[in-house]
Unconditional design. Sequence first.
Lengths: 219, 809
Amino acid sequence: MALILNSVTKRFAGQTDQTAVLKDVSLHLDPGASLALTGESGSGKSTLLHLVAALDTFDHGEISLNGTRYSTLSENARAALRRRNVSIVFQQFNLIPSLTVDANIALHARIANRYDAQWCDQLITRLGLRDLIARYPENLSGGQQQRVAIARALAVRPDVLLADEPTGNLDEQSSSEVIDLMLDLVRDHETALFLVTHSSEIAARLDRRLHLQHGRVVP
Amino acid sequence: MKTRHNLSGGFAAAAALLSYWRKAPGQLFALIFGLALATALWSAVQAINSEARASYDRADGHLSSTGFATLTHRDRPLALSDYITLRRAGWAVSPVREATVALGAEEFPIVLVDSISHPLMSKTTNLANKSEGAEIGVRSLRLAHPSLKNDIQGDVLKGSFTYSDIVPPGLIVADFGHADDLGVPSVPFSYLILLPKQLSDLTPLVQLIPGIITHSAGAGLETGELTQSFHLNLTAFGLLSFVVGLFIVHSTINLALEQRRGLIRTLRCLGVPFPKLIVLLAAELLLFAVCGALLGVLIGYGIAGLLMPGVSATLQGLYGADIEGSLSLRKNWILSGFSMAILGSLLAGARGLFVVAQLPILQGPAQRARGQTVGRIRATGALIGSILLGCAAIILLLSDSLISGFLFLGSMMLGAALLLPVILSWILGRVARRAVPGLSQWLWADLRSQLPMLATPLMALMLAISTNIGVETMTYSFRLTLVDWLEHRFAADLYLRLRADDDPEQISAWLHDHGATALPLVTTVIAHQGHEISLYGVIDHPHYASTWPLRSAEPDPWQKLHAGSGVLINEQMAYGLNLWPGANLTHAQAGELRITGVYPDYGNPGFQMVTSAAQVRKLLPDYAVPSLTILLGSPSKTPILRGLSEEFDVNSTAILDQPALRARSLAIFDQTFVITAALNVLTLAVAGFALLTSFLAMWGQRLPQLAPVWAMGVPPRTLARYELFRSLALTVLTAVLALPLGLALAWTLLNLINVQAFGWRLPMYLFPLSWLKIFSLSLGAALLAAAIPALRLRRISPATLLKVFASER
């Protein structure tokens, strides 16, 4: 089973088919595989990520995950998909400032009723967060917050892990460490990784790379 | 741990939402305390009203109450046979005899009643049975005021009395069964009480006993109506105070939702269904509402408890009854407090929940939308405000009921409040444009930019100030009018209630011989258009023309009255039947009556008409002479009272001492002042608290605005002064705008609400000193509210300000 995008088109208000933010985007991503999406600012990378995360709707085409067609889903079903099948690591982390690190990591899994203390514990160890679990996000560095966000996203054991510029706020060394961790974790757990990045170096480390230009996938 | 791990998704989301408050305890305090304050003010007023009403019920059991119609005969005292005739015909009447009784060496006034049929005796018997050492049955009832305990010590019957202060001072009350023991003849009766509940289709009284006269209940000054007015005004104040409190709740709830946008968005991204989020937020609101209500009811109980002794003292003065100065927890006002808090919170939170419902899941568009939303909300507020003011104008023009009066009041107040941000923005914009370029211009522009965040507390402040101005203007006007009216309308020294067997002419002659003047009042009751009208006849004497206040009149109304060509009516009748000077009233018996004047008659719930005594005697033979107005002239009161007692067996209950009555009536208004003054301070404190919470909530957002100015060389001390200036400037502007609204509120209470509720219109007096006091209190509250953020700013470290630049990218 896999993530499949077939001729997906997305227009914002006032856009035509020619000026659509995404035009006929198609791709295929198997479990355990990783895909880097690159492109200029405004090329539609984040929009595509939001569509895959079922945060937004598209105008034409189809997205399916494990056979579930997005176009047929109600708002509640889309929420259920986000709960159980898709996790997203935001560029700005979006941690809950009023929850400690361990509560933040457990949150998504608890919402999905998939909380597994052992698994969370493993993630905390592997991501080097052991000493930080009682802290609040405001007391963490950018790299630490990013690792907490990754742990939260993986704690739910998603089918697809989406990451929007996950190293955008990190220095080179931290970026490399975070990418290594993500790749290790998704390979170990048969999770597909769909990563948006500006960095060619990071893109080169993933299984495949797609480039978006003016809303279209270009070779 | 296991339980924690098994938490369902809903609980996890709820825990995440609630965790916000751990990081914002100040906001949580503001929310619950704001709600509690709002509920407290409402509950305090309800508690006072509820306790007072319960006290009235108890006071109604007072034996001196005259809340019942009575019957006498024009020519003779009523005999036992008259009583039997009426009872056999189905009339529910109860006999009363007023006399004196010799106990020991002294004589005391006594009222003999029939314990079975007397309308108040069952309550009295219950009360008496609760008295210490009393073992009395209905038929053995024999009560005396405690002040008589020593006076009747020497009597052989002393042990058989129950002493209770439900009996008026100096009086003894006994069942007719004791008449012989006490040596008091039980007949003839002084009067019969006409009980309120009567069978239908009974033979008219005058057909059964020709010459019998009905005296309507409540003739004279009824303080009960004034007290009702007092309670209505208090309720209006309580409601307005509650609305002020709700503005805090609205402000805090929406602030909390605003600051949790990110959290809410993240939860949605994590798959929490949107309806579940709304339910969770509503449940959270409900939880806070219940906590706030609980705390509010307790605070309200405390406030009412502090104010209650004064209220009970007033009631004691009014009714002579012993009313506890303490409060009881009553179901009705507790429920009322809870309902208002919960409904109010849901109402206040509705907009916030609606905004959340519209919140896009993705951040980018949301941020764009937020700027548009602020503008849209302000425009919508202004539009709704204008519509409400329009509705108020239409209600004022087209409707004239009590409900429409309150609707007008609500529409006007809310409409004006909603327009406030737009008006303030316009004023500040103009000032900023004319300000000296540089720091001054920045200051005004900065002030304007903060309006969206401060709009709600400023609206609350405006409502608080205008409510205070309105209610103070109303109560001061009421008091001033009442004092003037009492001075003139009840200008005589004494009023003597006559019994059926009293001879008015004989008493008048005696008074004349002793240097006093007696003005007999003849009265009867007539029916007109389904209304009972008390008709009074006065003799031709300059006392009336010189003292009786008139609201509006044709020229020479008293001359026309004494000439039999005109009548005066009270304001209640004028409004009730829409009869004004120049109009004619046609009555089957009295004929064509021309209205020549309308007089204010505060405190009288019924319709009343005054004409000449000769006219009454001529046209309506079923009249009575119930009282004499006595002008003492040179003699002092004491010898006249003693003489009336010795010569005509007049006891103290028959004398109405107008100075005492005036004092009692004024006591109600003095109490109104005590309570409104306390509520004034509390309402302004609530508004000040709203400002404080907003200033504190804005703290994080203020720093990015202040840091660049600091970086340009303006020291924190100066910035702190600007913070104080900001608060004062906005308060002054708001207070100035609140003044006309407050006066409009006073006008509405005096000219619409009072007319519809009680049938009288009151002139409005302006009291600039009172406004000055309220403005000063408001400025004080605003300064206190700004003090904490200003102090914080004064002590802020450069590192904190530098963080603003460090986080900019």
